[in-house]
Design a protein around this ligand. Structure first.
Ligand SMILES: Cc1cc2nc3c(=O)[nH]c(=O)nc-3n(C[C@H](O)[C@H](O)[C@H](O)COP(=O)(O)OP(=O)(O)OC[C@H]3O[C@@H](n4cnc5c(N)ncnc54)[C@H](O)[C@@H]3O)c2cc1C
Length: 366
């Protein structure tokens, strides 16, 4: 059997396994997650045990498609859990790409199989690297590590025994990427005010009070080249959130055909078939890009940014159309069309947000 064929079979069985778990375990808890009554730690651990977070932990012939497909299956049912899947996937991606052998030995397997959960606080750094805001965490070199102060407004998929990757700046302007441990009393988790959606995602504000970060928790002493290496993966993995939500919006629209097709047909260019063909085209582009996440060319990075922008735009457009197709039924709190709409806006505002992506494209050399 060829390697490509073996990989294709593996990818299919991972997607099937995740689909089965998602279809049985997620529907009964999706409303509790949406309202913030539940942070689904147990479900996330089960997802990890099914292999959903581990396909990109081994960097030999790395391909992000299995992770994106698994995330799409999760997001098909719940956008919040799809987002937490991305948080965990991004954390795996950071650790897998680190040259710090001690850190990898300590954490990679546990995070990849979901035994240890966590997330990523890269929104502020990603915005700072593109001239939108200043780095919020400051660190000073001390014996055996760094001391870090500052605050991050929102980091998701967290709890008291979770970890996260982020970046601080030293007084001489060096950027250092590291893993923070929520169990450290010097890292305070602050509850957030209610959001429009995503309240069950374990999202907290983080306050660092002279937190000591030992060298064995440093992902990269030179964060800038490291971020350049991982940035395409960071962005492309998010496609799974959007693709899953779009797929469900298409199915919501299709279901209205029997009772409302005679009037919904006037929603020109907003038919489920329109979204299905736009999604198929975009998914093909994501598939091609996700198979070469280390392509360092400017042309590749531009395509990644364009694809991510289109994912956000199509997710919000599909959710908007699903609302119009379902009408009053979808306007009821008991109907998932309104949940999908609230989740879709998150795809458009999570870093890199629509406006940041447009800024990045505007500033790229043509
Ligand atoms: C539910 C939720 C979960 C998130 N999870 C993560 C995560 O896991 N990791 C991560 O790095 N980022 C996370 N974010 C942040 C997210 O990725 C974006 O950075 C954020 O939505 C704003 O992006 P923007 O480009 O629109 O910035 P803008 O909205 O244009 O500006 C945002 C900046 O304004 C300031 N600000 C505005 N309002 C507030 C406020 N109420 N409290 C504090 N500061 C404020 C902050 O400096 C913030 O960075 C989360 C956001 C939300 C809403």
């Amino acid at each position: 059997m060829s390697l490509a064929l073996a990989q294709a079979i593996d990818e299919t069985s991972l997607t099937d396994q995740v689909r089965q778990l998602v279809q049985t375990d997620l529907p009964p808890i999706v409303d509790a997650i949406d309202t913030g009554a539940l942070y689904p730690a147990d479900f996330m651990r089960k997802l990890g045990a099914s292999g959903a977070f581990s396909s990109h932990a081994d960097l030999r012939d790395v391909d992000l498609n299995p992770a994106i497909d698994a995330m799409s299956e999760v997001s098909l049912v719940c956008g919040s859990t799809g987002f937490m899947t991305w948080c965990q996937d991004a954390l795996v991606w950071y650790i897998a790409n680190s040259d710090n052998a001690a850190l990898k030995n300590k954490l990679l397997a546990k995070v990849a199989d979901g035994a240890m959960l966590g997330g990523t606080g890269l929104s502020n750094p990603m915005k700072s690297f593109f001239g939108i805001e200043k780095l919020k965490l400051k660190g000073k070199r001390v014996e055996g590590g760094y001391v870090v102060n500052g605050a991050l407004p929102w980091v998701s998929n967290l709890g008291t025994d979770h970890i996260f990757g982020t970046i601080f700046e030293t007084p001489d302007g060096e950027k250092v990427m590291f893993i923070g441990d929520c169990a450290d009393p010097a890292i305070e988790l602050l509850p957030c005010d209610a959001f429009l959606a995503m309240d069950g995602t374990g999202t907290y504000g983080l306050q660092f009070h002279n937190a000591f970060i030992p060298d064995d928790m440093v992902l990269a002493h030179a964060a800038l080249p490291f971020v350049k290496k991982i940035r395409a993966g960071f962005v492309l993995l998010q496609a799974g959130m959007g693709i899953g939500v779009i797929r469900d919006c298409i199915s919501i629209m299709q279901r209205t055909k029997t009772s409302l097709g005679h009037v919904n047909k006037y929603l020109t260019a907003q038919q489920p078939e329109d979204f299905a063909s736009a999604l198929a085209e975009l998914a093909d582009e994501v598939k091609a890009l996700a198979s070469t996440p280390y392509d360092a060319s400017d042309a590749y990075w531009r395509r990644v940014v364009e694809a991510r922008l289109q994912i956000g735009d199509l997710t919000m457009a599909a959710a908007h159309a699903a609302m119009l197709h379902t009408g009053a039924r979808g306007y009821m709190k008991s109907h998932r069309a309104q949940r999908r709409m609230r989740e879709a806006y998150f795809v458009g505002i999570v870093t890199p947000a629509t406006k940041q992506l447009r800024k990045m494209l505007a500033e790229m050399a043509t």
